[in-house]
Design a protein. Sequence first.
Length: 216
Amino acid sequence: MNLPPLSQEQLAAVFTSARTPSELYETLAQYEAQACLLSTPNSKETELLSLFYSMFFFSHLLLDDIYEARAMTKRMPQDLAHTDSSLQNCLNLLRAVWQRKYEQVYTILRELPWPESLKPIVQRYDQHFQEKTLKEVSRVYEAIRPDAAANYLGLDVAAAKQGDPAIIKKFTACGWAWDEKTMLFYPKPIISPADQIGHLSNNLGEVMALLGTRSG
């Protein structure tokens, strides 16, 4: 089946109609050949290419496929990657996710300028990263300080340290226990059907990497 021509409107339609991250990735992957053909020296389609490669990049991250995300950044037009602000944001985000610099990840997602056309997928990844990190922290920690927990989820660390009720509620709503005397959370592992079905080696790798960053 012939694909509709690559355009900003078509990319918006692809994002809106995709029911799952896998479907979004698979559709965007089919457009990479068209994007490659547009990636000529002095191309007049820089805005379109920036939107496509940025969205394609996030589709990898929504699948937690950071290795393929790295490979994709090598295939995008390198002259554009070095000059376009959105692609620069993506490359900085890739490094922060790769190095598990949680605070930096949230800063890039929430504070750096993103075009309006990309904000929906940026916000979707912010939520995905929070939920994924919460599961990892719940598996790794038997007890954790509220400020350390808040740092992992991009919440107000200072408020958490003071025992902000709103932040405490965010964690207890997930099944965590809160001890006011010790000022510690006692996480409860969060198990989803997807966790039970597979990706066991990936999960083990995530846990071991998180153990290497433990400070709480």
